[in-house]
Design a protein. Sequence first.
Length: 194
Amino acid sequence: MTLERSKRMNMSDHIGNIALTRPDGSQTSLAHYRGKVVLVVNVASKCGLTPQYAGMEKMYQDREAEGLVILGFPTGNFREQEFDTDQEIAQFCAMNYGVSFPILSKISVAGDDQHALYTSLIAALPLATGAEEFRQKMQQHKVSLAPAPDILWNFEKFLLNREGQVVARFAPDVEVGDARIVAAIEAALAQPSV
């Protein structure tokens, strides 16, 4: 095994072992999804990008049988655009978008209380595809964003391969139907399960 492969495996093992909480209070981790391709998305119910839920659900329905899992992590970090409770979030997602992919408990993805998962994801891949374009759009709306490598806004996406390695990161407005995400997902799904 090469040193580089060993380092990647250690990082993916670390990310896989970070404790995550489901809305019912039970614990899980990304290790639970080992062998799957995982798209991690920080979501919000009251954001201009919230309609992305529809495309995410369609992608999940179309690709779940091939091994794709989408994990939504609600957050109120950006203008408090998320409900307060996991129950409100789950109800909103189900009623408005028919979301069937897992939505985990609300976490912080930025700031001093940033969840360890996001600290590790950012360290694994500091730059998001499409980030500069998104920054320019937000400047036109007079919205300032955190400096790189921090999470820009709601609906930023990280793609993990079947070994749990972070292989891609996409800016918030790069939707799951975008050719760049589709290509990255297809490439990850084409790799055999470990």
